[in-house]
Design a protein around this ligand. Structure first.
Ligand SMILES: C[S@@+](CC[C@H](N)C(=O)[O-])C[C@H]1O[C@@H](n2cnc3c(N)ncnc32)[C@H](O)[C@@H]1O
Length: 226
């Protein structure tokens, strides 16, 4: 037990779940993730030939929609978004936050990321411009990770981007499910089919989203498909 006034350690169950609605409440109103903003800015800098329609993004494990909303907000280029999350409360909150006039550019699906490669195949077109997975991939069951990553690299055409996070091997939660945590060398190996535009490795003791403390070891990545 900690001393009085000390923050509790951040908890995660053995099946790598947590109280997601509590998390959604805690991050409500927070800005989009920096990795997503970097990826969107990179597309903006590249420009989009006149007359071309919106680009297509997939937001894996969209949570309460903070990143999906930012994609829909951008106008140069404009985006269509397929947002997926396994939690009913995530899809409900994401849908509720979308403005009526943006509805025609977004599809919100309740789907486990482990099923995206198989069940998402009919919904997600063969070529996608951006796949965003903010603090998402660590929650993929380890046995399904290779197929999910294969789907991500396969659906991104040349010049498409991945933005998101990998949890590192020194992260506090690695003892819960070590297979979902990667060394820097392993992250670099996964990113072989990409030119890495941004990689920030954070290894620090810090606050978690819901008021606990945690040793964070995270790789923040933006990468462009070769
Ligand atoms: C840390 S939150 C990240 C949410 C959001 N992307 C963000 O950056 O705030 C993790 C999200 O993963 C979702 N999630 C957990 N396991 C999942 C799974 N197997 N398939 C799809 N989504 C999952 C949770 O419902 C939650 O919304």
């Amino acid at each position: 037990m900690g001393t009085p006034g000390e923050k509790p350690r951040s908890m995660l169950s053995a099946d790598y779940q947590r109280d997601w609605p509590e998390y959604f409440d805690a991050v409500d109103g927070k800005p989009p993730r920096d990795t997503l903003v970097r990826a969107l800015d990179a597309f903006e800098r590249e420009g989009r030939p006149a007359g071309k329609g919106p680009l297509l993004a997939v937001d894996i494990a969209c949570g309460q929609g903070r990143d999906t909303l930012e994609m829909l907000r951008r106008t140069s280029p404009r985006w269509r978004v397929i947002a997926v999350d396994s939690h009913t409360e995530a899809t409900r909150r994401t849908l509720a936050a979308i403005a009526l006039e943006d509805m025609e550019r977004v599809l919100v699906c309740q789907l486990r990321m482990e099923e995206i490669a198989e069940r998402g195949a009919g919904t997600i077109p063969a070529r996608v411009d951006l796949i965003n997975a903010s603090f998402a991939l660590p929650f993929c069951e380890p046995g399904a990770f290779a197929s999910l990553w294969g789907f991500i690299t396969g659906r991104l055409g040349r010049g498409g981007r991945f933005s998101g996070q990998f949890f590192g091997d020194r992260d506090e939660w690695s003892c819960v499910r070590p297979q979902s945590h990667f060394t820097r060398a392993q992250v670099e190996a996964l990113l072989q089919p990409f030119a890495v535009e941004h990689m920030e490795e954070v290894d620090k003791e810090g606050d978690d989203a819901i008021g606990g403390v945690k040793r964070h070891h995270v790789f923040h990545v933006v990468a462009r498909r070769l």
